[in-house]
Write a protein that binds this ligand. Structure first.
Ligand SMILES: N[C@@H](CCC(=O)N[C@@H](CS)C(=O)NCC(=O)O)C(=O)O
Length: 220
């Protein structure tokens, strides 16, 4: 039987998206929780370039970078597909996944953790980016259509983590009046039983990030 190991961290949206893909496909795997303050020799061996989780090891062969891992999972195992079949739709899914990682995530993270002018600029950028997402999801249940697909899973951060961290930061950015379609997707996605079962518990994430905010404020 194939040996599948996932080096990850429970609170990481990147790690969670890989776990969701494996579960969606019904792949059995061993989860190895990494201490990111003291990275294991195995992580450094498997991902010497970025030294980051998640890393998927399939029969001892490592694959790093969550978007690359998701594509590998989709191509390797049978079951519900993450990527659309049609080449144009596939390209669109890749586009939005890249947009979420390269544009939304940095701006939203910065909006939560910065202050003053830097924060104002990041908030403005986040609002502009959310407008694109709101438009893209309009009239659809999920980004993938009727079923959860790549973009929904990659959207974990904006749909779940960002809400928790933004609340702790005292920000109100994703509002019903500004982004009604995106808010509808958040409700739809987060209330799916499969999603609920696989996202880290809200109270645990809240406690973790609250402690990080307190530590960051204390060091200012
Ligand atoms: N682009 C990477 C990002 C992964 C990432 O940022 N992982 C974080 C945890 S959430 C990490 O391992 N950080 C350790 C470090 O930066 O040293 C992916 O999609 O897999």
């Amino acid at each position: 039987m194939a040996e599948v190991k996932l080096l990850g961290a429970w609170a990481s949206p990147f790690s969670t998206r890989v776990e969701m893909a494996l579960k969606l496909k019904g792949v059995e795997y061993e989860f190895i929780e990494e201490d990111l303050t003291n990275k294991s020799p195995l992580l450094l061996k498997y991902n010497p370039v970025h030294k980051k989780i998640p890393v998927l090891a399939h029969n001892g062969k490592p694959i790093a970078e969550s978007l690359v891992i998701l594509e590998y999972i989709d191509e390797t195992w049978e079951g519900p597909t993450l990527f659309p079949k049609d080449p144009y739709e596939r390209a669109q899914a890749r586009f939005w996944a890249k947009f979420l990682d390269e544009k939304c995530l940095p701006a939203m993270w910065k909006a939560c953790w910065s202050t003053g002018e830097e924060q104002e600029k990041a908030k403005e950028e986040a609002i502009e980016l959310l407008g694109f997402l709101d438009n893209e999801i309009k009239g659809k249940k999920f980004f993938g259509g009727d079923n959860i697909g790549l973009v929904d899973i990659v959207g974990n951060f904006v749909g779940y983590w960002f809400g928790i961290v933004a609340e702790l930061a005292g920000l109100e950015i994703v509002t019903q009046d500004k982004f009604p379609n995106f808010c509808k997707w958040i409700d739809e996605y987060n209330s799916c039983s499969f999603v609920k079962e696989n996202l880290p518990p809200k109270d645990k994430l809240t406690a973790l990030f609250k402690a990080r905010f307190e530590a960051s404020n204390a060091s200012k």
